[in-house]
Design a protein around this ligand. Structure first.
Ligand code: C2E
Ligand code: CA
Ligand code: CA
Length: 318
């Protein structure tokens, strides 16, 4: 008889709560130790975590955001900004990416990285993204009604939306509501999204693609880039990650990698977009490598819709 042997790696992690005051209920102490333990998931440097003030403050901060988020949405504190995308040959604006900002009445402008991860955890991102999409489609519809050739706009699609098929119906009904052709909307999905549940995601993406939406793989090169995914998924646009570009400029090998990614993407009939262009050096490297479109502070920062209209359409009153 053949004996199968398996090698299983077990990683133990432990959360601890130091009892300094005895007036805390034992259940609360255990909960705090569990909360400390959960913080290890994103930071594997240590296998033990103690509940401390930093954790308590971050939880209080999260609670505060959670208490305010619904009202903030009602009060229209979430504002959609647009960052132009530029054709690297003609240097014309050929579209934009929609990026949300939280304009808080007291705290001022809060960047998305400070609230999107929490909204992905608590599910609020579904509501917020629908709000952002509705907002941007309504703006595009206004452009069309005013006889202006609309710019294609990219929207960020959080991985949470791809846990079920509702996204197909939601996006379809939103473009119908505003009468926007699907091919003017590019859906930006991050590559880490494709790590799980690949068959359902493939179905959803094929449906969205069949409706006419453009599918873009965002942050390509940032982490788990799987070349086999490029073969399997209906991807029209490859968006090269900004971090990747930063390293490239300093190394010949890096430059070769970026050139070959662009060649591969083009061979697969994909449009190549580079994000995070900050310097002329980066721009020239990308141009030489055959990159089609660029986005970055070198050209323009994300701006409110009025500023975008002024810059691109030379109009302010719609
Ligand atoms: P992302 O999709 O990778 O968006 C690009 C980010 O790079 C934006 O940050 C943009 O402001 C920034 N950026 C653009 N050009 C440059 C540059 O030249 N240099 C540098 N250093 N940065 C540049 P932002 O607006 O802070 O957004 C951060 C992330 O939050 C986005 O990353 C996206 O993943 C997420 N996000 C933003 N808006 C939304 C939204 O409406 N829905 C969802 N689900 N996610 C969003
Ligand atoms: Ca994006
Ligand atoms: Ca990106």
């Amino acid at each position: 008889m053949i004996k199968n042997t398996f090698k299983i790696d077990i990683i133990l992690k432990c959360g601890a709560y130091l009892i300094d005051k005895e007036d805390v209920n034992i259940d609360v102490m255990i909960d705090r130790a569990k909360i400390a333990c959960q913080t290890i998931e994103t930071n594997y440097k240590s296998k033990v975590a103690f509940y401390d003030d930093k954790i308590r403050i971050s939880i209080l901060h999260e609670k505060e955001i959670e208490n305010n988020m619904d009202n903030a949405l009602l009060n229209k504190e979430f504002v959609v900004y647009l960052q132009p995308k530029i054709n690297l040959i003609t240097e014309e604006v050929v579209g934009a990416e929609a990026l949300v900002r939280w304009i808080h009445p007291i705290k001022g402008t809060i960047p998305p990285n400070d609230f999107i991860p929490l909204f992905e955890k608590n599910g609020f991102i579904e509501k917020l993204d629908l709000y952002v999409w509705d907002n941007i489609f309504s703006t595009m519809s206004k452009w069309i009604k005013n006889g202006i050739k609309p710019q294609p706009i990219s929207i960020n699609v959080s991985r949470i939306h791809l846990n079920n098929r509702n996204i197909v119906a939601s996006l379809k009904s939103l473009i119908n509501k505003h009468n926007i052709p699907a091919h003017l909307i590019e859906l930006e999905l991050t590559e880490s999204l494709f790590l799980s549940n690949i068959s359902m995601i493939l179905d959803i993406l094929n449906d969205l693609h069949d409706i006419g939406f453009i599918v873009s793989m965002d942050d390509f090169g940032s982490g788990y880039s799987s070349l086999s995914l490029l073969k399997k998924l209906p991807i029209d646009v490859l968006k090269i990650d900004r971090e990747f570009l930063n390293e490239t400029i300093t190394s010949v090998r890096g430059e070769k990698v970026i050139k070959n990614i662009i060649t591969l993407g083009k061979d697969l009939d994909m449009l190549i977009v580079a994000e995070g262009i900050e310097t002329e050096g980066q721009l020239n490297l990308l141009k030489n490598a055959g990159c089609d479109i660029g986005q970055g502070f070198y050209f323009a920062r994300p701006m409110d819709i009025e500023s975008f209209e002024k810059l691109v359409f030379k109009r302010i009153n719609f």
